[in-house]
Structure formats: C-alpha cells, structure tokens
Design a protein. Structure first.
Length: 379
C-alpha cells in the first residue's frame, strides 16, 4: 500500500506553535489514522520550527532561494499560457529526494504546480485544495497542470463548486470533498457549561477584513448591552510580536466605546486557543468572504460553545442543524442572533449541545476515514 506524503506550503511550520490551517489539518488527519501503515510523512523545509508534531514522519528538504519577482514572473508567464517557472522551481526543491522515497500518494496542499514535478512513475499526485487556488487559472492551464492528478480533494462543497468553474468539464469528476475534522479531546467543553453573569463571546482568527471581526464589534455596539463581553484573539499573521496593522488599529478604535467589555489578545498556539475556547459561551465566525472550511467553526463546536457563522462559503455546511447562520456583513442580523442567545440560556445551551454532538461525530478520525475512502483506489 502506498503511503501518504503531505506537502505543506514551503516555509510553513509543521508545529503546534503555529496556527496556520494546513499543518493543523495534516496533523489532524495523521492523528486520525493512528493505525495507518505505512506511516504518513510530511515534507517540511529546513529552518522551520524544530518543535514539530510527532504524528507523521518528517522529510526535510532545503528550500529554494526565493526571488522577489517570482510571483510577478509566474503571473506574466500564465498570461502567455506558459508554465509557471518559479513555482515549479520551488516545488522541485521540495521533491528533490523523491526518487528515494517509497511509492507514495503525494498530497499537494494548495499547490497545483507541485503536480507537474511529481515523478509519476513512482508516485501518484493528488491536489488537496483548502482555498480557491485556481482563481488565476484558465481551464486550459488547469487541464495541463492537473493532467497527472486523478483526484482533487477540496474541504467543502462550496470550494469544489468554485474550483469546478476553473477546470475543464473533463476534469470535474475528479473533485472529492473531505471536510475538516476536529480534535475533540483538545477542544472540549469546560466542566460547567452554564454561563456566568455575562455572555462570553469569542472571535479567534486572523485580524483581516475578510474574517469580519469589525462586523462583530459593530453588532455589539448596536446592542449596547452590559451583559455581553467580547474576546478577540489573533493577529494579521501568525506572529504574536508583529506590529499592529492599520486595520487592527482601526478595530481597536471602533471597539473603544465598549470599554472593558472587549479584550484583544494576540495570536496564540493551538493548545492556548483550546483553553480560550473553553471559556466561550458563544463563538462567532463572521467571515465576509467565502471561507472554505474555517477550523474555528468545528473547534468552537467541540469546545461546547454555541457557534454563529456567516452564510457564506463552506461555513453553513457544518452549521446547518446545529449552530446559527446569519447573512455575511450584516451587523444587525448578527446582533439579533447574539441577543437571542443572551436572553435565553436554555436556548443557548441547546444550540451548544447540538454543536458539541456534531463535533463528536466529525472528529479527525471521521475525516481521515473519509480521505482513505476517497483515495483508496490510488493506493
């Protein structure tokens, strides 16, 4: 049987110290298959965090030296229907030792160009899409790049629909959906699920406009209630020491009228995120862009919170029948949902219980089994 070799973004850290989604998903899938044989592996660049997950074997490689013009060069080449040379150079460095690997299914996470440099005499390449990575591709280029990939995995039906528009009709039957799971042992409810005096609302994610923390702050300003407190955890990137961006400064200014009812905390590693979520009565995922399958949805559910999310992207695929769904970028609708949860504790606890039940049935073991099902013909 072929092993899985996961290729994460060059330079990313396969470590619990990072909050980036792809390493978290790869770790979750690896943990979800504890009896897997052969054991999965992850290609990781030298120089990344040495404290790595132990759920998979590490294949370390020396990354290619980046050039400042790489992105612009590839964009220009693609317009002339030519191969994206810089991306291929970078991924060739990742796979430099592939001739010595045992026969594998190579999972190219968010890396369509990696498909073109996999040694298909020894390995089977699979594109694993976490975002709309074909946005800049014509159907003709997608056909060429994905020619050797018999399967394209996506993390939601919403994302599959987006990718299909940039793929030729002959390739669309290769799309398979494997939704993200969750670690229900790390993300678990607190001992006492009832709320205290205040309704504790949490946002955890990147501090960028697409993720919509400003929508949440505006909703609380409209409510004007003293019994709702907000904690916002995150940074524009995954560095707790990074200087505040203009968006983050504006966010703090907008929240100033809330006084001590809002708290800002920097980016936190995974274990600390789980501890934060255990304090949450409500977790809000107010994205205003088609977020394919944000991890915070499932993590909030597993932590025993009532989850409120935008009706956009892959968010509703987890929330239907469990949490609350509100229109994106509409603070008044979000305010109404929060008010309903604040006014009726029995209702909030019912939503929270449904969320936790869904999470328990969709952990990483469930996701890993789904991935095995999808890729078993290739192994």
């Amino acid at each position: 049987m072929k092993r899985f070799v996961h290729v994460i973004t060059p330079g990313d850290h396969f470590s619990p110290l990072t909050g980036s989604a792809i390493p978290t998903v790869v770790h979750g899938l690896s943990v979800g298959s504890p009896q897997a044989s052969p054991r999965p592996a992850v290609a990781v660049a030298k120089g990344t965090y040495p404290e790595r997950y132990t759920s998979a074997d590490i294949i370390e490689y020396a990354p290619a030296s980046p050039h400042g013009y790489d992105r612009y060069l590839d964009a220009a080449l693609s317009r002339f229907r030519l191969p994206r040379a810089s991306a291929r150079r970078n991924f060739s460095a990742v796979l430099v030792g592939q001739r010595g690997w045992e026969s594998s299914v190579v999972l190219a996470h968010n890396a369509p160009q990696l498909i073109t440099v996999v040694d298909t005499d020894r390995h089977v390449p699979v594109l694993y899409a976490h975002n709309h990575i074909l946005r800049t591709y014509t159907r003709r280029e997608s056909a060429r790049v994905l020619a050797a990939a018999p399967v394209v995995v996506t993390v939601s039906n919403s994302l599959a629909d987006q990718l299909a528009k940039h793929m030729p009709p002959s390739h669309r039957d290769r799309l398979r959906v494997v939704r993200n799971g969750v670690d229900v042992e790390t993300f678990k409810p607190r001992a006492s699920p009832g709320r205290t005096e205040s309704l504790e609302v949490f946002f955890i994610g990147r501090m960028i406009r697409d993720k919509g923390p400003d929508v949440l702050i505006e909703a609380l300003l409209r409510l004007g209630r003293r019994d709702i407190r907000l904690t916002i955890v995150g940074a524009s990137d995954f560095d707790p020491r990074a200087a505040l961006t203009a968006y983050e400064r504006n966010l703090r200014s907008a929240a100033a009228p809330l006084g001590d009812r809002v708290r800002f905390r920097p980016f936190l590693p995974r274990a600390a995120v789980a501890e934060q979520l255990r304090q949450a009565d409500v977790v809000v995922v107010p994205s205003r862009w088609p977020d394919p399958c944000p991890l915070t949805v499932m993590e909030g559910m597993a932590a025993g919170a009532a989850v409120v999310g935008s009706d956009i992207g892959g968010i509703p695929e987890s929330l239907r029948g469990t949490g609350l769904i509100v229109p994106p970028d509409e603070p008044s609708a979000l305010a109404a949902a929060l008010e309903a949860l604040a006014d009726d504790e029995a209702y909030r606890m019912g939503v929270a219980a449904a969320c936790r039940d869904f999470a328990e049935r969709h952990d990483w073991t469930w996701a890993a089994q789904r991935l095995d099902e999808v890729l078993s013909p290739l192994r």
